[in-house]
Design a binder for this molecule. Structure first.
Ligand code: SF4
Ligand code: SF4
Length: 491
């Protein structure tokens, strides 16, 4: 019956395409894809790979375009430096990115996995292609795997795995370039391998991981390890656009015979869509967690449809409702809500980014000290000040005391100069005339200037004894000294 639901038998959900009944892994020999979508993917993948390999070398005003130095907690995105102090911004950016991915998945399924994920790009466009070149297409690969070890098998295996290892090493170095920066990476290479044992170890560990992923784990990463893949069930709904088999048109499936008694569906059960699948599933069973939307089955089926003179698109990008009820793909309430949240998050992120301070100052009265009595009846407080210079220029710092009237004196007698992209610290005394102290805790206002520009206005408190004009000066001074000694003793 044309249009019947083919999913009544759901036994496939209890089994994995790459695991046998004893629980042993079944190696997937995927047929070499060919077709319109494969060509688009190839071009796009080359573009991504060129960008990815060239990325660590790309600079903006002498700085890397992208640096994710998790070790020193320093991140540069599109030439903008994010420090640990910008954690709120970074967290918001990551949150927006996650919501973007969720929204994108709700609308377009796992397109990211098949078309933009580095795992798929490297696997399908580099490692798998090398395999086709050395071992041949899927049937030859199967034969080679099943045959006993002989000189041909040893040569092919050695050649292939040496190439895999070299490629993994290149990818590992590229990723390391994004973490430590290309200049550091060059130094690690030119200084000899043992001058930087930590970095050499990271290089080898990354190489080992990539080799393990691309030579052995392969589709297991997409099916079992990747958390994004595991979350598909939560994100997809009946309106999500995914790679889908049109069972309304395709069923009942059956081999093509010249003398048909009853009308059959368009699927001729050739299983080419299964042979090309890199995760080994049968898309005719419906949407499955293992499907990475690589579209290889669309190309395979379109080729068959052309041969049997039926319209293309038996397997195509479509939603469940699109196939079942002929509904057009469109927005629903959930997608709209995600969009609003994403726009709001992005708006907040942009606002924080635009208003973010390039120099951050922290002013603290030195803990454990109250006040000191200086010569000529002056009273001082000791402060610590810290500057985070996120700019790419050295900054000479000048402090101006706005309120109350007094003097700022640096402990080491030097003015502060903060190196580019670094943190500068100093301590200074704020000295006031005893006669100007009218409260135990006097509000203080200090401006931070650099190169003639006001950077920040700081507020703090000044602690000191309240001046009493009726007290004799010696008594006052003696009392203050006692008081000061007492305070220091307390410290
Ligand atoms: S490739 Fe198309 S015709 Fe062949 S089995 Fe798959 S869905 Fe059916
Ligand atoms: S079912 Fe089709 S789109 Fe999904 S992973 Fe397999 S070949 Fe790719």
């Amino acid at each position: 019956m044309k249009g019947a639901q083919p999913l009544a038998d759901e036994h496939f959900r209890d089994e994995l395409s790459n695991v046998d009944k004893e629980g042993k892994r079944l190696w997937i020999f995927a047929k070499k894809p060919n077709g319109r979508f494969y060509n688009y993917r190839t071009w796009l993948s080359w573009f991504f790979m060129i960008m990815l390999f060239a990325g660590p070398f790309m600079k903006w005003n002498g700085r890397p375009l992208l640096l994710l130095n998790v070790l020193e907690r320093k991140f540069i995105i599109l030439g903008m430096v994010f420090w640990p102090q910008d954690l709120n911004l970074f967290a918001l950016l990551m949150l927006s990115f996650i919501i973007f991915i969720v929204l994108f998945t709700v609308l377009f399924g796992r397109v990211w996995c098949g078309w933009a994920c580095p795992q798929t790009i490297f696997m399908e466009m580099l490692f798998r292609k090398i395999e086709y070149l050395i071992d041949g297409d899927y049937q030859q690969q199967k034969r080679l795997a099943d045959q006993d070890w002989n000189s041909e098998k040893i040569m092919k295996r050695t050649f292939k795995h040496v190439l895999f290892f070299v490629l993994s090493f290149a990818i590992a170095n590229t990723f390391l370039g994004y973490i430590i920066g290309i200049d550091e990476l060059k130094l690690t290479i030119t200084d000899g391998p043992f001058a930087h044992p930590g970095k050499l170890a990271s290089m080898l560990i990354f190489t080992g991981v990539f080799y393990g992923v691309f030579a052995h784990l392969r589709e297991l990463v997409c099916v079992f390890i990747c958390p994004y893949g595991r979350l598909q069930g939560l994100m997809l709904d009946k309106n999500s656009m995914v790679v889908a088999y049109d069972y309304v048109r395709g069923e009942p499936r059956g081999k093509l015979k010249k003398t048909e008694e009853a009308p059959k569906g368009d699927c001729i059960d050739c299983k080419l869509c299964v042979s090309v699948c890199p995760t080994g599933i049968d898309i005719r069973n419906g949407t499955q967690l293992e499907c990475i939307n690589c579209t290889a089955c669309i190309d395979a089926c379109d080729e068959v449809m052309v041969k049997i003179e039926k319209p293309k698109g038996l397997v195509r990008f479509a939603s469940v409702n699109n196939i079942k009820e002929g509904k057009k793909l469109g927005l629903n309430l959930r997608n709209g809500a995600y969009g609003v949240v994403l726009a709001a998050l992005f708006g907040v992120f942009l606002y924080l980014l635009i208003t973010r301070k390039l120099v951050e100052t922290t002013l603290l009265r030195t803990p454990g000290m109250l006040y000191q009595t200086q010569e000529e009846g002056k009273i001082s407080n000791l402060y610590s000040i810290e500057f985070v210079n996120k700019t790419f220029e050295e900054l000479p710092i000048e402090l101006k005391l706005i309120e109350p009237k007094g003097e700022i004196k640096f402990v080491d007698g030097k003015n502060i100069v903060v190196d580019k992209e670094s943190v500068g610290k100093s301590s200074f005394f704020l000295i006031l005339d005893a006669a100007s102290i009218k409260k135990i805790s006097t509000p203080v206002e200090i401006e931070v200037w650099s190169n003639g520009k006001l950077i920040e206005e700081m507020k703090s408190k000044f602690n000191g004894p309240v001046f009493n004009p009726n007290k004799p000066k010696e008594e006052d001074s003696a009392e203050q000294n006692e008081d000061s000694k007492e305070k220091k003793h307390e410290d």
